[in-house]
Design a protein around this ligand. Structure first.
Ligand code: HEC
Length: 102
């Protein structure tokens, strides 16, 4: 009996995880930090362009640095950067086959 309960709760957990909602304007996953992404990243390249590639925190930290050094992204305060990094490395940790037009 216990096993079944465990199984059911696991299935529910997986279902909640996969039931992601997407922002209608950007096409990005709705999660904590999306407002920061919209404010600081989507100004220059709207939509899913930024997440055509993906990676862990290190990857995204590097990308933010590239944006700041080469493309004119301003300084982000510590909390904002943390939220952005967390958002990107949680939701876009892997390279996915996402089209920019999607
Ligand atoms: C001031 C403008 C500006 C801001 C703000 C900005 N970017 Fe960019 N970003 C660019 C430009 C310009 C390119 C190059 C576009 C191209 O290659 O056509 C680019 C390209 C990229 C790329 C793809 C190229 C690569 O090297 O993989 C990623 C990923 C990216 N930006 C992430 C971000 C993230 C994350 C943020 C927010 C923290 C951000 N950008 C904020 C201007 C900006």
């Amino acid at each position: 009996m216990k096993k079944i309960a465990l199984l059911i709760s696991m299935v529910c957990f997986v279902l909640t995880l996969s039931a992601k909602e997407y922002d209608v304007v950007t096409g990005l996953v709705i999660d904590e930090g999306i407002d920061d992404i919209k404010e600081h990243c989507n100004v220059c390249h709207p939509g899913r362009f930024i997440v055509v590639n993906g990676g862990g925190e290190k990857f995204w930290k590097y990308k933010i640095k590239v944006m700041q050094k080469g493309f004119g992204l301003w300084e982000l305060d510590k909390e904002t950067k943390k939220r952005i990094l967390h958002y990107l490395s949680t939701n876009y940790a892997k390279k996915r086959h996402v089209g920019v037009e999607e």
